[in-house]
Design a binder for this molecule. Structure first.
Ligand SMILES: Cc1cc2nc3c(=O)[nH]c(=O)nc-3n(C[C@H](O)[C@H](O)[C@H](O)COP(=O)(O)O)c2cc1C
Length: 145
């Protein structure tokens, strides 16, 4: 559907009802509550996260804990987010090098830090970033921007 409209859970439900193979649902699952709804409404065997995981890699463990143990996920602290962004940078850098990492992180960082007032300032700064060190400097000093 190219992200137009809302996912039709009846399709997943019908597939599950009519096929004997495991059915994994994909589409419009943005948090653990969406996941619960999809499991309940479709009886599917698994769920994939697409856009919901961008800037929120915690979505997998949060959902697992909620679905299997009924644990309500805690809000991720800014410090934890920065730590994971740095890890994300290091992994990208080790595979793709500096330029591509900077280009990609300009897309991902605003997703990770959505909702923090300082993100507007960081976005402006990100436009001019030329090195990984500079990128990290802005992240470590995010609160002071
Ligand atoms: C960054 C990104 C890359 C994707 N790449 C592919 C791909 O290579 N092949 C594919 O079939 N679908 C791809 N998709 C589509 C997803 O697998 C998924 O079907 C779609 O995003 C709907 O799930 P969502 O609502 O959870 O995002 C991609 C989606 C995203 C967000």
């Amino acid at each position: 559907m190219k992200y137009f409209g809302k996912v039709d859970l009846n399709i997943t439900k019908e597939l599950k009802r009519n096929l004997k193979i495991p059915i994994v649902h994909s589409g419009d699952v943005f948090n653990y509550l969406d996941a619960e709804e999809v499991f309940k409404k479709t009886n599917c065997n698994g769920i994939m996260f697409g856009r919901g995981a961008i800037g929120n890699p915690w979505i997998f463990l949060d959902t697992k804990k909620y679905i299997f143990n009924g644990e309500i996920p805690q809000k991720v602290s800014l410090e934890e987010k920065i730590k994971v962004i740095i890890e994300h940078i290091e992994i990208l850098y080790s595979i793709y090098g500096e330029n591509y990492t900077i280009k990609q992180m300009k897309i991902h960082i605003p997703k990770y830090l959505k909702g923090y007032p300082k993100i507007t300032m960081l976005n402006k700064l990100l436009n001019g970033v030329k090195s990984i060190n500079e990128l990290k400097y802005f992240l470590y000093n995010f609160r002071k921007l």
